[in-house]
Design a protein around this ligand. Structure first.
Ligand SMILES: [Zn+2]
Length: 597
């Protein structure tokens, strides 16, 4: 866990205008900056960045958030990675959640920087070699690629030499070259001779980038005969195959524009698809789709289409993708599976049938629910009890891996239908968490009511200006609990969170912290993101007024209940008089403050 105090400091130091400005062209307009929204397709700017609130908001699609949120949305970084990235760019070191000493952490950072430099240099070298390699250029042309696409993906060529990289790395023996996976050290016992040689030789080179665009690995494809056809960088501190997707950096904008991502099996597919008008494609790197891949993809878009070759390897890969996606499948996500005819990959399919036919295939791709049922039924004979039981047995781990959602309920229903059981029986038998089927039969679960009236007004002010939480004490929280017990917990949580952030608490940092702890405040944050900032002195008076009014209502309720009781004891009488005095004081305070306005 990264301490909240650090996130607060970080957001105080970072300027969201700089963070967003790196990716979106911003123009000053009044108090805010405006630009074209990177999260939806638009021609006139409705995307605003507020330097005072340190928040962005789009009036077109409603996207909003802090600098951290922007990096997560835009670059597909995780929460922790977004914080790391911001910290690094602002010379701050994230306090160690992984128990590394600052010196060790600095060493790790320095090392990955050094590796990153080595990769960039190698990438430049390969690119430059391509210019003077007619056979590689001819190969790419034969595959239908233009120079423009080759340049967009930074394609290169590794010459047919044992130590080609020596010409760019004066110290060819540096350990960094091995760590980066660019060279191979031959072990001593294999005999003398050449000790170190280039890993990639006589191959077309595909640089693999991370979401920030830095080269973290290479894929090399052989042009004629030879093995292996595809050669990837080994796992290095920069590059882990199970985490990275080829082409994601290059495809981000297109994924947004197309509204979906197409996941293919190899980098040649990605480049060829981009050439033929489908730039929204990415590929896993010689591994099956992992849950991390699925998560990364679903962070970029709500609509993922996996495309698999029509062979048996493609079928197996599709099944792995299904397994990886189910834990992340949700009611607002669309996941589909496209199976091309046997002997075809996307490239060859489009060549033979054209782009329209491929687009139709994309539209007709098999929904996850259908593929799920097909996989679960498999060869089981549903006319027998054994076959039906086996189908349930196969489906159990997959359904257990899913979150409780409408989608899971749909799958449970379908499964119940073909296996002659009821959805509730399946949920009970599989011990599914928070069964959905049963909840729907029971009376609806009471959800926390959205706060209204005074309470809502107070919360709005506190979220927008968390430093004012200092004005609230235990007696105010008691008032709130007496008036609206339902929202009192929410108010208490808000006050506690804001107070723990101190006098310098700001909206953006509080919003981050609230978001991390509960979704109760999401609607309020969205509303405030959209609104112009109000002057804090005016807001302070407004808050004082609201608190006073709350006090007044509590006192009035108490007085009414005393009166109803008939004021029989001297204590009741005394309290009744005291309440009248307190109410009087409140009125005077209100009058005094009104005079100030
Ligand atoms: Zn937008």
């Amino acid at each position: 866990m990264i301490p909240q105090s650090f996130i607060q400091d970080l957001l105080a130091r970072v300027d969201i205008v700089d963070v967003v400005g790196k990716y979106v062209q911003l123009k000053k307009g009044g108090a805010n900056y405006m630009g074209l929204c990177p999260f939806h397709n638009e021609k006139s700017p409705s995307f605003t960045v507020s330097p005072t609130k340190q928040f962005y908001h789009c009036f077109g699609c409603g996207a909003h958030g802090s600098s951290i949120g922007f990096l997560m949305e835009y670059s597909g970084l995780s929460y922790v990675d977004a914080i790391r990235d911001l910290a690094q760019n602002n010379g701050m070191i994230v306090p160690e959640e992984d128990r590394l000493l600052p010196a060790q952490r600095a060493e790790v950072t320095a090392k990955s920087l050094a590796l990153s430099e080595v990769m960039t240099k190698a990438g430049e070298y390969y690119k430059q070699q391509l210019r003077t390699a007619p056979q590689a250029i001819a190969y790419l042309k034969k595959r239908g690629l233009t120079g423009e696409i080759a340049a967009r993906f930074g394609l290169g060529f590794s010459p047919d030499a044992w130590d080609g990289l020596r010409s760019v790395f004066s110290d060819y023996n540096t350990p960094a070259l091995v760590e980066a996976g660019l060279v191979i050290d031959k072990s001593e016992e294999e005999g003398g001779g050449r000790k170190r040689y280039d890993r990639f030789r006589d191959r077309v080179m595909f640089p693999i980038r991370n979401t920030k665009g830095q080269i973290i690995g290479f894929g090399g494809r052989i042009m004629e005969q030879g093995e292996p056809k595809y050669l990837n960088s080994p796992e290095t501190p920069l590059f882990q195959k199970g985490l990275e997707l080829y082409g994601l950096f290059e495809a981000r904008q297109s994924i947004r524009e197309a509204g979906y991502v197409l996941v293919t099996e190899g980098y040649m597919d990605v480049v060829a698809l981009a050439q033929m008008g489908f730039p929204q494609a990415v590929a896993t790197l010689g591994t099956a789709c992992t849950p991390t891949h699925a998560q990364k993809l679903l962070r970029q878009t709500d609509h993922v289409i996996f495309s698999f070759d029509g062979d048996s390897a493609g079928r197996r890969a599709a099944r792995r993708a299904l397994d990886a996606c189910l834990p992340h499948a949700n009611d607002d996500k669309v996941i589909k599976f496209l199976f091309l005819p046997k002997e075809h990959d996307p490239d060859s399919y489009i060549r033979e049938f054209g782009t329209d036919a491929f687009e139709q295939e994309v539209r007709d791709a098999m929904p996850l629910s259908q593929f799920f049922m097909r996989e679960m039924i498999g060869d089981n004979d549903l006319t027998t009890a054994e076959g039906r039981a086996r189908t349930q047995f196969d489906a159990k781990p997959l359904l257990q891996a899913m979150q409780s959602s409408g989608m899971r309920l749909q799958l449970v229903r379908n499964l119940a239908q073909v296996t002659q059981t009821s959805p509730a029986e399946i949920e009970a038998m599989f011990e599914l968490s928070q069964p959905v089927a049963r909840i729907q039969q029971a009376p609806p679960k009471s959800k926390r009511n959205a706060p209204v009236g005074l309470e809502r007004q107070i919360m709005r002010i506190l979220v927008a200006h968390p430093s004012l939480a200092m004005m609230l004490d235990e007696s105010v929280l008691a008032d709130a609990a007496a008036l609206a017990p339902d929202g009192a917990d929410m108010l208490r949580h808000l006050v506690f969170t804001a107070q723990s952030m101190g006098e310098n608490a700001q909206f953006a940092a509080l919003a981050e912290q609230l978001r991390a702890s509960s979704s109760d405040f999401d609607a309020l944050i969205a509303e405030l993101a959209e609104q112009a900032e109000t002057d804090i002195d005016i807001v302070r008076l407004e808050l004082a007024g609201a608190l006073r009014q709350m006090r007044h209502q509590v006192l009035r309720a108490e007085a009414e209940s005393l009166a109803l009781g008939g004021l029989r004891t001297p204590e009741d009488m005394a309290r009744y008089r005291e309440i009248a005095q307190l109410q009087d004081q409140l009125k005077k305070q209100a009058a005094a403050e009104a005079a100030l306005r």
